[in-house]
Design a protein around this ligand. Structure first.
Ligand code: KIV
Ligand code: ZN
Length: 502
């Protein structure tokens, strides 16, 4: 066994989590975090899915000095456009996907095996004229006839694919079954030595991490995963879990380039920027992953942490957040704090963040690292503001319907509406919906205090349904009504940004 490649797909497969739509600033920031984590390949998105994603992929691919992959279907125009989105990156990888299982070929693509094979070969050959680095994924590989799978893999490698992936697209395999598929490919594809063989597992049976590790033990040389295991349905393989397993089980001899001390921070940034919280009991990065409740465990931990702890919280970079900044802190201290937190912002971004910081510091005595991170997220998600909040007024009480009057600015013009509602937030959302027009349904609403205390920043995350699709929005303020309004507007602005065609 030797060194494997870690392929992160948080910005592509992870972005397929219902309700997650990452804008350009968020993609750039997550890509930078992944680069600092030391993953080998960063998949930035699916550029032909929308104009917004094309531009976000373009910007994110230029922001990092790593191999950057982007996904496309097996058609020549899509391959060309996908390459165009990432061609300015240091090392672009075109990632082509085509289903190979009979189920997908017959019912989804309406294609024969023969036509699929021809399409696969032609697509790879064309992609190869654009980039030396081409990955081919046999979608639904785990439900594909093994002989046909091996034939496709052999032919795409001959056509120039430098990486081939065998996704367990619907999380259908048990670990020994997935490992057997990988072993079968290694044993029966004569030119497999000319390509990297990748594992790509989904978590429908809760086995994505186990299946990935089984594949690596069987000889796969790359694995594809997402931070925090986010993704469609039950999610993708959790990158941090596989890496920590390899770290703890060094005797497997599977080496990687990941800097595990960045896990806590990268996990928190991904959770914050996607709006998908990390479950409390999640392995490695969950809030409770290092908490010990029972007396016996606490006693053991105090006597020797090894009794109940196989990973130290410090090793993944977990530390108590320190309170350092306050309303008297100057720009210099502020900028050096950002630097120590690992951010490399340009001066205009620092100036904008400093203004946000001063605004919050005038209402809140102490600004913690968590507050700062929340402010940064808030700035990054602001993105394209099709509608921005000018002012709001609320009348509310226990013996009356709430009434909100909201003024929004759209293309430089103010628009004001008033509406009644069942509480101040409902009234505000009704007024906003009147201004924007169309059908907006609030699918979920969550509020949390970023830190403790009565002056805490309140962070609101909403999921808004529009034309059958969910969009996440976030808002931050020391005033919870204002945070709620910002969150709703943020979701609406995302709809506007993502529905523009390529
Ligand atoms: O799971 C899968 O099959 C995929 C492909 C699109 C690569 O994510
Ligand atoms: Zn996938």
């Amino acid at each position: 066994m030797g060194k494997i490649f870690v392929f992160d797909t948080t910005l592509r497969d992870g972005e397929q989590t219902p309700g997650v739509n990452l804008g350009m600033n968020e993609k750039i920031e997550i890509a930078r975090q992944l680069e600092s984590l030391g993953v080998d390949i960063i998949e930035v998105g699916f550029p032909t899915s929308s104009k917004a994603d094309f531009e976000a992929c373009q910007a994110a691919s230029k922001a990092v000095g790593k191999t950057v992959a982007a996904l496309c279907r097996a058609t020549l125009p899509e391959i060309q456009a996908t390459y165009d989105a990432i061609k300015e990156s240091k090392s672009p990888r075109i990632h082509i996907v085509l289903a190979t299982s009979d189920l997908h070929l017959e019912h989804k693509l309406r294609m024969s095996r023969k036509d699929a094979l021809k399409t696969a070969i032609e697509s790879v050959a064309f992609a190869k004229t654009l980039s030396r680095d081409v990955e081919f994924s046999c979608e639904d590989a785990s439900r594909t006839d093994p002989e046909f799978l091996q034939e496709v893999i052999c032919q795409v490698i001959a056509a120039g694919a430098s990486t081939v992936s065998v996704p367990d697209t619907v999380g259908f395999c048990l670990p020994d079954e997935y490992a057997a598929m990988v072993s079968g490919v290694i044993a029966h594809v004569p030119n497999i030595g000319n390509a990297i063989l990748a594992a790509h597992c989904h978590n429908d049976l809760g086995l994505a991490v186990s299946n990935t590790i089984a594949a690596l033990r069987a000889g796969a040389t790359q694995f594809e995963a997402c931070i925090n295991g986010i993704g469609e349905r039950a999610g993708n393989c959790a990158l941090e879990e596989v890496v920590m397993a390899l770290e703890i089980k060094r005797e497997l001899g599977i080496a990687h380039n990941v800097d595990i001390s960045k896990f806590s921070r990268v996990s928190a940034r991904v959770a914050s920027l996607t709006g998908v919280p990390v479950p409390l009991c999640k392995a490695i990065v969950g809030q409770n992953a290092f908490s010990h409740q029972s007396g016996i465990h606490q006693h053991g931990i105090l006597a020797n942490p090894l009794t109940y702890q196989i990973i130290s919280p410090q090793s993944i970079g977990r530390q108590e957040s320190a309170i350092v900044l306050g309303k008297l802190s100057g720009k210099h201290a502020f900028a050096s704090k950002l630097e120590r937190l690992g951010y490399a912002f340009e001066q205009p971004q620092i100036d904008a963040l400093f203004a946000d910081f001063k605004n919050v510091a005038s209402k809140k005595r102490e600004i913690s690292d968590d507050d700062l991170e929340a402010l940064i997220t808030n700035r990054l998600i602001a993105g394209n503001e099709f509608y921005s909040l000018e002012s709001f007024q609320i009348q509310s009480g226990n013996k009356m319907m709430s009434m909100a009057s909201i003024c929004l600015v759209h293309e430089g013009n103010p628009f004001t509406e008033a509406a009644l509602g069942d509480g101040p937030i409902d009234a505000s959302y009704n007024a906003i919906s009147r201004i924007v027009g169309g059908e907006w349904h609030l699918a979920s609403y969550d509020i949390k205090a970023v830190t403790e205390g009565v002056d805490a920043l309140g962070e609101v995350v909403v999921r808004v349904r529009h034309n059958g699709q969910d969009y996440t929005g976030k808002g931050l303020s020391t005033d919870i009504i204002e945070a709620s309004i910002h969150a709703y507007l943020n979701a609406i602005n995302r709809v506007m940004a993502t529905t523009s065609p390529v």
